[in-house]
Design a protein around this ligand. Sequence first.
Ligand SMILES: C[S@@+](CC[C@H](N)C(=O)[O-])C[C@H]1O[C@@H](n2cnc3c(N)ncnc32)[C@H](O)[C@@H]1O
Length: 241
Amino acid sequence: MSTFTELNRQYFDKQASSYNGDFRNVLETIYNQVQSRRSWISDIWNDTETGKDPEIKVLEYACGTGAVSSALAPFVDKVVGIDVSEEMIKQYNSNAKETGFAGKMAGYVGDLFAESVPAEISGPEFQDFDLVAVSMALHHFDKPEFALKRLGERLKKGGMCLIIDLVPEDKHSPHAMGHAFPEANATIRTHGFTAEHMQKLFESAGLSHKVDYCVIEEPVVFRKEGKEISKTIFIARAQRT
Ligand SMILES: C[S@@+](CC[C@H](N)C(=O)[O-])C[C@H]1O[C@@H](n2cnc3c(N)ncnc32)[C@H](O)[C@@H]1O
């Protein structure tokens, strides 16, 4: 594991138990956006004509407590969550139980960006996904371009990639998130992604069909330790060619 990933692992291990409470507003927005844009994200769901595959599989990478996973679990056969933080994975698996999806939703500790990916997350059940989603985590990755390549390789041909992340700040307050939450600052590599940046990242990962980027109009509010900050986020998709 790289030093930067290790920093993230340690930070999010500490945040895990309060994460759902602290970021309730953000998680609700993500959940609602994913459910309401489901047909924009993909047409392969268990209630669509094109979704008649024997098994529809979703990977949520850097899943945290699993907002995207829980939003999509009703419409697929299997949801795999992977995160470097063991404490986050405990929360993910307990959320899966609480929401009644434990039968089809399971989280695993792992690092897909390691030089050699561990055998525990390399078997056939961790390949050939219909959808790979990354929510509010791309800005925590050391090398977003390399990350999207690794994630794109986990998709079936024709599978979709979904990214939810921060729209960059304007030039007068480029690192507002870091100022509000200084401890988190060290775990952030990129302070948001424009539509052009996402397009480049998708294309260099071989995800060049159906590229789209939508800004979510209503800002989300991050609240923690008595501080709060309002941020604009986007939702973007692309298809593996
Ligand atoms: C801000 S949280 C987002 C969690 C969740 N996806 C959400 O939308 O609420 C970032 C997550 O990314 C994970 N993470 C950071 N770097 C990672 C990496 N290189 N590989 C896997 N997970 C990573 C952290 O452990 C943390 O759970």
